[in-house]
Write a protein that binds this ligand. Structure first.
Ligand code: CTP
Ligand code: MG
Length: 169
């Protein structure tokens, strides 16, 4: 296995995913995507998923991809990398919203904890959308998931201490 290749791939996937996932938290007041509507007596997504949040995430993730393209232009190991970064960013937002949808269905309120799903939603959503562009290496997927389970817990604790997030997960 070419470790250097996997490491480069890891960074190219990880940067847009993590940036897209981090930016919605900065939105203090946004319009809920579900417009406050319920389904079967429970909110469709809840107040934690806003239109502004999704737009901030997609925009920030895409910009990170664009910057990587500009800075590393000729060195990049993925052609047309911007499209991948864009798909990862939209997919990350989709995964996050899909997770909230399922959380509401099983009765977990906004901000409530759902182990593993809370940590991995954006990575799995991003990977799903990225399939439109290329099939990721299995090593890449495994490392991405393990790293996220470790780091997401740490960074969420950090965001909680900075009072950016209401709960430490
Ligand atoms: N956020 C947002 N729009 C999004 C995603 C997140 O505005 N599309 C903001 C919300 O203020 C949200 C915070 O970022 O409360 C943290 O995101 P997250 O942990 O995903 O939401 P939760 O509040 O935990 O809600 P849920 O239980 O639905 O995951
Ligand atoms: Mg959450």
């Amino acid at each position: 296995m070419d470790y250097f290749f996997i490491l480069q791939m890891l960074l190219l996937y990880l940067i847009p995913l993590y940036i897209a996932n981090a930016f919605p938290v900065l939105i203090k007041k946004g319009k809920p995507i579900d417009f406050g509507k319920s389904y079967g007596g429970k909110r469709i997504l809840g107040d934690g998923k806003t239109i502004q949040g999704v737009m901030a995430g997609v925009f920030a993730g895409a910009v990170s991809g664009l910057l990587i393209c500009l800075i590393f232009s000729d060195l990049l190991i993925i052609q047309n990398y911007f499209f991948l970064a864009f798909l990862l960013s939209i997919g990350a937002m989709f995964g996050d919203c899909a997770e909230s949808f399922f959380k509401r269905r099983i009765g977990i309120k906004r901000g409530g904890r759902w182990l593993f799903a809370d940590q991995l939603d954006f990575v799995l959503g991003g990977l799903l959308f990225s399939l439109l562009f290329r099939i990721p290496e299995i090593e890449l997927v495994v490392v991405l998931i393990i790293l996220t389970l470790i780091f997401h817990t740490l960074t969420n604790n950090f965001a909680y201490k900075l009072k950016l997030k209401k709960v430490p997960w």
